[in-house]
Design a protein around this ligand. Structure first.
Ligand SMILES: [Zn+2]
Length: 297
């Protein structure tokens, strides 16, 4: 189901956790925000409490996580919280945190969803703008691919390939809605390979990473005692990441997104191309179901 009105949370919620890269404890509060505010992150630990909007043109790094920033300060690892907002169609919120990294929680978006549900969701009087895709936009490089095609809903099809016996080829497709996001996507955790994680730790990254917040794979197996939450948890997490990354456009897309072997860096490159191709989409208010585009395909 598509929400045609803007939404925020009904009351503030606070929680704490650890940054997966910094290993630092962080306290975070999500507050309701007015119509057309968007999602804004505020660093309460810095003088004058600077803030930055969760928008793709504020992205400063995508190598290990999605990092936004301006004027010399950053907010790191925003992607799973952003996926939680987008998955539940939360358009407006203020996220206050007292460190530079959003807590990793269990490596998925499920803890954020349960917090959002605890706070409650408020429908707001403002209408909602959507990016309506009119013509295909595609980006392909080194075997990676992202494309978006006209559709009357937000649909994602994702394919991944890893040379690992527990992954190999995985493919998954969803029509994004609160219900599908909650049931099929939000619990899928981030994953990493033992060798890479050891390398990252050696250079001071992944300090907060543990089997409590990352699926860790060695050459053949999973090290997490309880195994996987879904047999294809890996591709589901890539869809979660895509929902978070694409939410940085600032408005939801009506279109079918197809990803092949993509990640934060490539998704971000695609968003820049998408935004530049202004002839291939229009941004407009969709009032109700009768307003939805009706592509021929
Ligand atoms: Zn992720």
């Amino acid at each position: 189901m598509i929400h045609f009105r803007q939404r925020t949370i009904s009351k503030p919620i606070s929680f704490s956790g650890v940054g997966v890269h910094s290993g630092e404890k962080v306290n975070l509060t999500i507050k309701p925000a007015p119509v057309n505010y968007g999602i804004k992150f505020v660093r309460t630990d810095l003088p004058d409490k600077p803030g930055v909007s969760a928008h793709f043109n504020m992205v400063v790094d995508t190598s290990l996580a999605t990092v936004i920033g301006c004027n010399g300060f950053i907010i790191s690892t925003i992607e799973h919280l952003m996926a939680g907002f987008a998955g539940f169609s939360i358009d407006n919120a203020i996220v206050e945190l007292d460190a530079h990294e959003v807590p990793i929680m269990d490596g998925s978006a499920a803890p954020f969803i349960s917090l959002i549900k605890t706070a409650g969701i408020e429908e707001q009087p403002g209408p909602k703008y959507f990016f309506v895709v009119k013509e295909p936009i595609e980006l392909e490089q080194d075997g990676k691919f992202v494309g978006v095609y006209p559709a009357s809903k937000f649909k994602i099809t994702c394919k991944i390939y890893y040379d690992h016996p527990l992954i190999r080829k995985q493919s998954y497709s969803i029509d994004v809605s609160d219900r599908v996001f909650e049931k099929e996507i939000c619990r899928a955790r981030t994953f990493g390979f033992l060798q890479e994680i050891e390398y990252l730790k050696k250079y001071g990254f992944a300090r907060g990473g543990s089997l409590d917040n990352v699926i860790v794979l060695d050459k053949k197996n999973i090290l997490n005692k309880d195994g996987l939450r879904f047999q294809d948890e890996f591709v589901r997490h890539k869809i979660l990441d895509c929902i978070g990354d694409f939410s940085l456009l600032g408005m939801p897309i009506l279109g079918h997104v197809i990803l092949n072997k993509s990640g934060h860096f490539f998704n971000h490159a695609f968003l820049k191309k998408f935004f530049k191709n202004k002839k291939s989409w229009e941004a407009r208010i969709i009032h109700d179901i009768n307003d939805l585009p009706r592509p021929r395909s």
